[in-house]
Design a protein around this ligand. Structure first.
Ligand SMILES: NC(=O)c1ccc[n+]([C@@H]2O[C@H](COP(=O)([O-])OP(=O)(O)OC[C@H]3O[C@@H](n4cnc5c(N)ncnc54)[C@H](O)[C@@H]3O)[C@@H](O)[C@H]2O)c1
Length: 259
């Protein structure tokens, strides 16, 4: 898919690797200027500079870091037309516990990044979109925000919150020309996932169980998620707002197995 994003600036949070990086690179390949941002920059500053783009450090769990990061993005690129709220963490394997044993620290950390981060970054970016009466916001949610999984209370609650925040932002911002949508990825093969899966027999068994739950029987590539973000950023999706686009190989369509 090829769309025209020349002249547009996109800020993508958590874009040093994984889904965020694929989204940022795909928007760039379609003409947008990108402000990459992350709390762990890795090689992304050099990658951004090599393509004539920008990098700003930003930790979405800190309001001060967000406000500094958005100010730096606006200074570097002049405007933000497209915001992709992608930065997120999952529940570590050792923290997957029943609700009455679920670690409070882990809960607070995850909600701060995966839910409050979406609110705070949007809050900082929206005013300059309002002045142009235009903008796109794409929140990376999860199938687990629509259909929960056991032992991951913080994640399923944060992602369900992101789903409904997306919808309520769409209601509020339509009158300002700002379209707000979400993507609910299913299992997606990121670098971290690939490392995990090659590490242990236990992980391979868990992976096989998970794949048996997905009608298409495989994870998404990060490019397949990025293609959805490209559609939601494109001029062609000008009447789409408040929508959660599941890119999940059929996960949320129903049961993949017979009983
Ligand atoms: N991979 C999947 O299977 C999957 C499925 C559904 C939803 N998602 C969602 O997609 C998004 C990206 O996930 P991914 O799989 O690419 O993860 P990832 O761990 O590969 O990459 C996440 C990026 O976000 C950054 N990040 C984490 N916390 C941050 C913070 N506080 N501030 C700024 N940056 C931060 C990390 O440094 C990293 O670069 C997340 O919101 C995740 O919940 C992923």
């Amino acid at each position: 898919m090829r769309v025209e994003l020349a002249g547009q600036v996109a800020l993508v949070t958590g874009s040093a690797r994984g889904i965020g990086r694929a989204i940022a690179d795909t928007l760039a390949a379609n003409g947008a200027t990108i402000v990459y941002s992350d709390r762990e920059p890795g090689d992304i500053a050099a990658h951004a500079a090599a393509g004539g783009h920008h990098f700003v450090p930003m930790d979405v769990s800190s309001q001060a870091s967000i406000e500094d990061g958005v100010a730096a993005a606006l200074k570097a690129a002049g405007r933000i037309d497209i915001l992709v709220n992608n930065a997120g963490i999952g529940v570590r394997a050792d923290q997957r516990k029943p609700i009455d044993e679920f670690p409070v620290d882990g809960w607070n950390e995850l909600i701060a990044i995966d839910l409050t981060g979406v609110f705070l970054v949007s809050r900082a970016v929206i005013p300059q979109m309002k002045t142009r009466n235009a903008g796109r916001i794409i929140n990376i949610c999860s199938v687990l925000g629509m259909v929960p999984m056991r032992l991951q209370s913080s994640y399923v609650a944060a992602k369900a919150g992101a789903v409904n925040l997306t919808r309520s932002m769409a209601l509020e911002l339509a009158q300002h020309g700002i379209l707000v949508n979400g993507i609910a990825p299913g299992s997606t093969a990121t670098e971290g996932w690939a490392k995990w899966i090659h590490n242990a027999k236990e992980a391979q068994d868990a992976h096989a169980r998970l794949m048996s739950h997905i009608p298409m029987g495989r994870p998404a590539t990060t490019q397949e998620i990025a293609n959805g973000a490209l559609f939601l950023a494109a001029p062609e999706s000008s009447y789409v707002t408040g929508h959660i686009l599941a890119i999940d190989g059929g996960w949320t369509a129903g049961f993949a197995r017979d009983f």
